[in-house]
Structure formats: C-alpha cells, structure tokens
Ligand binder design. Sequence first.
Ligand SMILES: [Zn+2]
Ligand SMILES: [Zn+2]
Length: 443
Amino acid sequence: MRNILTAIIIILPLSGLFGQKNKLNDNILNLINQETEKFMNLYMDLHKNPELSFMEYETSKKMANELKAIGFDVTTGFGGNGVVGVYKNGEGKVIMLRTDMDALPVKEKTGLPYSSSKIVKDLAGNDLPVMHACGHDLHMSVWLGTLRTLVTLKNEWKGTIVAIAQPAEEVSGGSSAMIRDGLFRKFPKPDLILSYHVSPELPAGTIGYFPGTIFAGVNTAEITVYGMGGHGAMPHTTIDPIVLSARIILDIQTIASREINPVKPAVITVGSIHGGTRPNVIPDEVKMLLTIRFFEDDVYKHIRESLVRISRGAAISSGLPENKMPLVQFEENLIPPVANEQNLVLQTVKYMKEIIGDENVIKVDPSTIAEDFGRYGRTEENIPIALFWLGGVNMDKYTEHVEKGTVLPSLHNSSFNPDFYPTFKCGVEAMTKSVIELFANKK
Ligand SMILES: [Zn+2]
Ligand SMILES: [Zn+2]
C-alpha cells in the first residue's frame, strides 16, 4: 500500500508536467495545420521568383513585409539585401533564427506547376536561368512559419527573438556582410543561433543532427606554375611547366594520404588545369585551381603550408631559378567549418524528439559540403550555433530509393524538389518547440 501511495505521489506531478507538455505540443500542431496552406502559397511564390546571390531585392522585401505583419521590428538593407527582425517579449534569453534567401544559376527541370522560368542578368550582365535548387525558398517558409507560431504562442515564453534573412549564402558573402555591418552590436546579442538546411537525402518528417562540426570549411587555391617555354621538339632547351604541374599534382595526393592524421578528414581536389595552346609549343606557365575541405583549423594550416612546400620543392628539383618559383595563392575570405556547439545540439535534439518522435530525429555523419552559417559562431562574441538537416525527400521516392537504389537529386540539381507539406510541418513543429523550451531552459 505504501509503495502504491509513493508511486501515486510521484506520478501525479509528473503526469501534470506531461499534460502541460502535450498541451503545448497540441497547440503548436493545431496552429501549423491552420497556417500550412498560406505558407504553401508563399512557398510557391518564392519558388517561382528566385533571385541570384547579392540580387535578392524582391525576396528581401517579401521577408521584411512578412516579418512586419507578424509584429517584428524590421531593419532592411543590412549586409546588402539582409533583413533583421526583432521581437521583444519580456525578460529572457535572446535567440537568433536564421534563413538564407538566394537561389542558383540552374535551369529548373522539376516539371512542377510552380517551376521557375526566370532568366535574369547577373551582376556581370550575363543572362542566366535561376532556380531555388538549394531549397532556400523552403528555408524562408519554415522560418516565417516558425516565427508566426512563436508569436501566436507568446504566452508560452519570455525573451527576444532576432530573426535574420541572410543574402548571398551560395557565394558565401552574406553572413560576413551581416556580421561586418554589426549584426551582434546593433541588435540584441544572441545567446544562441539556430538554422536548418533542407536535406536531399533524409525523408520529409525527419531531422538530421550532428553534435560537432557538421559541414567542412572550404577554401580555394590557385597555383601558377612557371617554366621556360620553347619548341615542343626541343624539350632539352626548356623547363616544361606541364610536366612540372603533373609532378606537383601527384605530390599533392600525398598531403591527405601521408601527411595528415588519417582520423582527420581532408580533401584537396585540383579541379582545373590550364596551360599551353599548341601541341608543339611548350608554354611558359600553367594555372591550376584547387578546392580544399577541412574540419579543423590546424588541418587547413597544414594543407596550406604543404601546397607551398610541394610546389616549391618540385620547381627547385626541375632546375628553375628563384624568380620562377610557383605562385600559390589562397582566397582571403575562406568559408569556415560549421562547428555546431555540442550541448546546444543535444539539448535541441531532446526537445525536437518530444514533438516529432525519437525515431524521426536522426544522427548523421558530417558532410564535406560548405555553408557560410559557420561564420556566426566564429566571431569574438563566441556565440553557440547549431545547424540541423531538415529532411525533404518525398516518402514514396525515399522508399523507392531504399528498395530499388534509385538516385535522389542532390542539392543544386535541376530536379531538386523537396516535399513541401511534410517538410514544412516537421520543420516548424520542431523549431517552435525547441525555441520555446530553450527560452525556458535556465542554462
Ligand atoms: Zn547551395
Ligand atoms: Zn543552401
């Protein structure tokens, strides 16, 4: 009897707590169901009218208007076409939610009734087809859906939301422009920042997470290899930069395979090589372009030093003089890795599981793609960040992929087509719930 009483005493307050949690979950779900159709219309409009990086003029106006309608204080033209909205709801944490806005120069082949047929002039004056082939239209819809739900449920939380719509993610200038313009100084400084990227591999209705660095850092290098050109029939009178480049390319393969600790991933790809014009002319120089991917800063530092050493070493061994040493140049503004803060990820995962179910929140491997979201976590303010994959694949297509091995279109593919309804619903549910719980969490 005593045991039963103790059990009742323990269960009662717990069931009260669970009751409250379930009520909150129900409220969130009801609101999303009421709003989904409106957001489908917004999504179709964004999808039909994509804009290229640094040219998100109409898209940013739409984001600003939607934010105002929800009740945010809105600043436009921040960091180029960036938009910042602030919603204050009493004392509490500051949580920043980020979306990106730009599309890609890809000709859409999804066959959707709301396909983009847009051709626009880029900043250099070239006519290019444009498509939301990276799902940023979906990011914007989920972001606005979450903000609207959070504001409707404002009695459930206290604090400040800073919502940012970032331009130019695809060319990686947008986050740095917003930071440089004073994102963390001119608006309430966030305690944490959250973002999604739609996944071309996970089924709609699921979320992927990694409690650590989820996306690689990237930089581009250009190597100019000099030689002493001459007649192709008289190679002994020349120093051939094409042969020298071949030697350098093979030596570069040993950086990741022989020099870097094998448990630390690194990619060095020579994606472009140009030299010479005729079969019988040995040219004076060869140019190579490389992409470098890394997850840790010391790995990147090592790759940089090795590229210079290997290029120089090969040039010396070929007999070139000091003034003909290869020129190895690196992009100044590299894209850093997206280093998710472990505790923030694990806390958020717990809340996401409470609303979309344990089985729908999936731990994934890191990826060597890049995202400029990582920059927000690398300023002197040292703000914890977390980016999650938002599953976007239609369930039937996903099942076919698993059972028959059909290929799913990747991000940036002309047929990329996330399944709006279940993806939107899952994204808004999980993010709304997480933000409310993160506001309540004292840590
Ligand atoms: Zn992209
Ligand atoms: Zn993207």
